[in-house]
Design a protein around this ligand. Structure first.
Ligand SMILES: [Zn+2]
Length: 356
């Protein structure tokens, strides 16, 4: 009698265990039913229930109910290894007059790249093929209002987003000094809007196209040896006590005739006499970086020449709007004047090197 009771009890227990084992499966199908109500097609619903949160709901029951048959492990299908498109922005904290480097890896010609930012106008940003992806330098103007700016970058491939980023970039105020010069009215008249516009036709053309290969190597050099800087980048300039704007580059003071060297490798895109800047040479260093050498007395290169770092390209003079022999030397990203010191401190591509 007792034996019979025990055997009934055992059978009852087994049944009970079996019943509890069925639960997870029921629960799972419940989940998928709930989901399918939210989605359009049945196929889509079952796909969803397979790929997401299976382990979270199933495995706890799985381990406690050892008497059950093991639930088959869901093996996730590993997608084929395709190098992902990654967007790198550096640095994300800059001063007025500096620039940012953007690199988009594993990106091709058919990709559409869009910028959504108030850091710089879209026309100021040139996106150039570089090492299997794209490189862009974003210049920050010297009078850009100090603030935190959002930099949105989106890469679209075959109608779908391949990569997207939204970086916060901090632009800090740079304390530019004031610089006063007094010149004859006649010389002051050289700086007329009309003359700037005339020169601008040539300088814009010289900076309109750039090499898609970096033509520079390492950091840039000061083009004149043994010189001193008499007027820094971004200074607020007063000519005869009237604000005339900012100083677009560095004034390097040295005796007339001193050799002027190419600050780095590049291709000469302009070598001619202009009204305001006198004898002027512009070199394209690739990736939208240009240097200009102004007020020269002599020029030893022509448009189209390839130059190497340290090559002597001309001599210091005082042609154009100039109060005495000096080299006015500028850096632009496209047509935006940026701080030359940055390029002497660091190879622009070093921003992309892993920091360690
Ligand atoms: Zn100058």
């Amino acid at each position: 009698m007792t034996k019979r009771i025990i055997s009934v009890f055992i059978t009852f227990c087994m049944l009970l265990t079996f019943a509890s084992c069925k639960n997870p499966t029921e629960e799972e199908s419940d989940v998928s039913t709930t989901r399918s109500s939210g989605t359009a097609g049945a196929t889509e619903a079952s796909n969803t229930s397979q790929t997401s949160e299976p382990s979270a709901s199933v495995s706890p029951t799985d381990t406690s109910e050892t008497t059950c048959e093991p639930v088959p492990t869901v093996t996730e299908t590993v997608p084929e290894t395709v190098a992902a498109t990654v967007i790198t922005v550096a640095p994300t904290e800059v001063f007025q007059g500096e620039y940012l480097t953007v690199f988009i890896s594993n990106s091709g010609e058919s990709d559409k790249i869009e910028y959504d930012t108030k850091l710089a106008a879209n026309w100021m940003i040139k996106t150039i093929p570089h090492e299997g992806g794209f490189l862009a330098l974003i210049p920050i103007e010297w009078d850009k209002a100090p603030a935190d700016y959002n930099l949105g970058i989106k890469v679209t491939r075959d109608g779908e987003t391949a990569a997207e980023t939204s970086e916060m970039v901090k632009v800090s105020k740079k304390d530019f000094e004031k610089h006063y010069i007094v010149v004859s009215e006649e010389l002051a008249a050289t700086r007329s809007d009309e003359n700037f516009a005339k020169d601008g036709v040539y300088t814009s053309r010289a900076r309109s196209a750039t090499s898609s290969e970096p033509l520079w190597e390492g950091s840039f050099i000061l083009p004149v040896e043994g010189a001193r800087i008499t007027c820094d980048y971004g200074l607020i300039r007063y000519v005869n006590n009237v604000v005339v704007g900012r100083h677009s580059g560095l004034d390097v003071s040295i005796a007339a005739g001193a050799p002027v060297m190419a600050s780095n490798g590049g291709r000469v895109t302009l070598a001619m006499e202009l009204i305001v800047t006198g004898n002027t040479i512009i070199i394209d260093h690739g990736m939208n970086i240009f240097t200009a050498y102004c007020h020269l007395s002599k020029m030893f290169v022509e448009q189209g020449d390839i130059v190497a770092k340290y090559d002597v390209i001309g001599e210091v003079g005082s042609t154009g709007f100039s109060t005495g022999p000096h080299l006015h030397w500028t850096f632009t990203i496209g047509e935006t004047f940026v701080n030359p010191w940055l390029f002497m401190d660091k190879d622009p591509l070093d921003w992309l090197a892993p920091t360690e």
